[in-house]
Design a protein around this ligand. Structure first.
Ligand code: NAD
Length: 318
């Protein structure tokens, strides 16, 4: 990777990924783009930034050519809960945007990364230690677009030789940018509310296990996969990766170790609970470990310490 174009770069992942990659590849070599501009945001201020709607295929090609990019990191998408509320728009953006980005990669011979998700699995998928290659019959529009996206990326590699790569991210937990409307967002919100109010009402029910990962591990995974030796990759797109699996009571208990007054209650949202119920309890990331050395450094305990420490500074709470 030498010149990298990032779509959807002001979201939860992009706003940290751009800074992380600029630190590795140089500020001018990471071109941040998004539908909107947020002045003051580091991804906008610390290097090149362009307004780019991923549905505008012509402009995407022009921006990529103008900056002479050799890699596209395609992040623009609607997340699970938003996609369920706006399924038609979700299909348009998640599939139309991906198709446009793959076409630009094909034309300009770019390497290509896009994330899939644990949302690519469904109720008939084995729930525990979910294998890399298994049944994928998701029942959400988000999941439908993620499975279709995995297949489309495989197709572009096999048919056109585009160097497509990707991971199935679990729920990502971070303190820089707010999450964009996913099912696992509770595991971010809980830290803010624990510090601000000493209590949190969870929309996900107790006993609901989902895979999660702290953002620093996710950023490292993207760069490591993109820099991996191509000949070692048996799978290319949609590698299962995970750092931890927990249910709401477990994250609450971990927070209580640091904020003893913290209390958790429940007001379950049936839409997001149904999505969570259809996802695995824990996934198996053996293929990612074997093929490109994936490793997560943070577990629930170390992530909780870091989240609370960073958020205390961000929210100015002692
Ligand atoms: P996000 O919702 O936080 O950010 C998405 C960004 O895309 C936003 O900045 C938005 O402005 C932009 N966008 C939306 N429509 C666009 C368009 N038409 N053109 C250009 N930009 C547009 O999402 P995120 O959490 O950063 O997720 C990025 C990718 O990672 C998505 O593909 C998502 O499915 C995947 N993923 C995320 C998680 C997670 O927990 N965050 C987990 C699994 C997979």
């Amino acid at each position: 990777m030498k010149k990298i174009l990032v779509t959807g770069s002001l979201g939860q992942i992009g706003s940290e990924l751009v800074t992380y990659m600029r630190g590795i590849y140089g500020n001018d070599n990471v071109i941040a783009t998004d539908l909107r501009r947020i002045d003051g945001c580091e991804a906008v201020e610390s290097g090149p930034f362009e307004i780019l709607d991923v549905l505008d295929a012509k402009k995407m090609g022009e921006v990529a050519k103008k900056h002479n990019v050799d890699t596209i990191i395609h992040l623009a998408a609607l997340l699970s809960a938003v996609a369920e509320a706006k399924p038609v728009l979700a299909w348009e953006i998640n599939m139309g945007g991906l198709f446009n980005a793959l076409e630009v990669a094909r034309e300009l011979k770019c390497s290509f990364f896009t994330p899939s998700s644990i949302g690519a699995f469904g109720p008939s998928t084995p729930k525990d230690n979910t294998p890399q290659d298994t049944i994928q019959r998701p029942e959400t529009m988000y999941g439908v677009t993620k499975v279709s996206g995995e297949l489309l990326c495989d197709y572009y590699y096999k048919k056109f030789g585009v160097d497509t790569r990707g991971v199935r991210f679990p729920g990502l937990i971070s303190y820089v940018a707010p999450p964009g409307g996913g099912t696992t967002d509770y595991a971010v919100d809980i830290y803010y509310k624990a510090l601000e109010d000493k209590k949190y009402t969870s929309y996900i029910n107790k006993g609901t296990y989902m895979d999660m990962m702290y953002m620093p591990d996710a950023l490292k995974a993207i760069v490591n996969l993109m820099e991996a030796d191509s000949s070692k990759l048996v799978h290319r797109n949609a590698f299962n990766i995970t750092a931890m699996s927990f249910e709401p009571e477990m994250i609450a208990a971990e927070i209580k170790k640091h904020i003893s007054e913290f209390e958790m209650s429940y007001n379950v949202d049936p839409v997001r609970q149904a999505i969570a119920n259809s996802w695995p309890d824990s996934i198996d990331s053996t293929c990612a470990k074997e093929e490109w050395g994936f490793k997560a450094n943070y577990d629930l305990a170390s992530m909780t310490i870091d989240m609370l420490e960073k958020l205390r500074v961000k929210l100015n709470i002692r």
